[in-house]
Write a protein that binds this ligand. Sequence first.
Ligand code: GLN
Length: 479
Amino acid sequence: MGLRDLTAAGQIAAIRAGETSSAELVEAHLAAIAADDVDAFLAVDAEGARARAREIDAMPERPPLAGVPIGIKDALSVRDVVTTSGSRMLEGFRPVYTATCVARLEAAGAVVVGKTNMDEFAMGSSTENSAFKNTLNPWDHGRVPGGSSGGSAAAVAERQVPWSLGSDTGGSIRQPAALCGIVGMKPTYGAISRYGLIAFASSLDQVGPFARSVEDAALLLRHTVGRDPMDSTSLDWPGEISTPTATDLSGMRVGVVDELMGEGIEPGVRAAVDAALGTVEELGGTVVPVSLPSALSGLATYYVLAPAECSANLARFDGVRYGPVAPAANLLDQYETTRGDLFGPEVKRRIMLGTFALASGYYDQYYGRAQRVRTLMVREFADAFEKVDLLVSPTSPTVAFPLGDRTADPYAMYMADVCTIPVSLAGLPAISIPCGLSDGLPVGLQLAGPAFSENALLGAAHALEGALAFDTRPPGLVT
Ligand code: GLN
């Protein structure tokens, strides 16, 4: 087994045991990125990473994360490293500060090796909306890695980094984790500071980890959660994120969401999820059917609220404050030409949709009504968690789809998040773990819990991970 096959926890242990160094690990992963055939990264900071690794190797006492490399979604600002959010609107933009979550990881001893590809401004489910390039699925290069954090997911599956950060507004961590056969978690809304995350829809955006083990996801979470004075929606984390050790589910009531197990779910996905439910029972859990009637209104609700918020958030990109500017005869022309030329079609579609939904006269009919459905959803989840400890469903209704398959059909693309969006609207934590294969492609199982139930969720995910014994190595990958 090579260095790159170790999990992050394994790499930390190897450094501590004197079997390797941060410098050696960074070099091994940089070489893998250079030989990349899935196009996961948009920018690589090889020199910065090498310098930081040397610094950490020279420390008399190693920080907790010991100099292990990490990839960061390009939606997160890293000082002096080009950060584009996958958009020409920010081509060449170098932030003047680092996102709090990244700064916390750096302080804990993680080494940032680069920025990963993503759908433009995190809008999409396949990473094909990136203005720069497509990222390929490590399991099948003719297929998408999912999105919007597709680069972060592919980089971890391909062992170019042991772990990475992504952001999830409606599913952008969980869905690509499912499609790439790895672990991805969206924590409770407010758990991780959004300061330095380029905003898409602020009432939904959350940062979270990608990893090849539940233990690594917990470790990354431990070093990122907690209140940040720079983000007023961030929360004091109650207690600590502990290392998950559970090996069974005895006494756990596991609800299966009826509405997310039927129509639209591919038979192969359904079969893998059913098999995982059998494992839940073998581990001592009780499987209970649960109904969340509003779950199927999730997509419609999200596609009013998220565009409404994005139309306000993206107003700041006008060619004056950030990034490139289109030449024009006067200021109005300059705004129009810059936004017209530099935003991609999906981003423009959402800005127009959001502007329309917020227009006076339509506001109550669309935005107001969507907010009411969101409240209903929060209540339905609260009722469900009176009866069960956690809720499970497929993470994505299908396995990874072929590149180009859905680019002409926004609705087909939006469907990719039908199972993840309700949890996002309710602000709850959820984790996706790989639970099996369908036609040789990974299937993800989503586990969701009440707010602040991260430790319980990670514990249950850890027990299941042990029993399912999914091999995260894509076929043919040479390390
Ligand atoms: N795919 C969804 C969208 O396009 C979710 C994206 C996300 O979570 N950032 O909006």
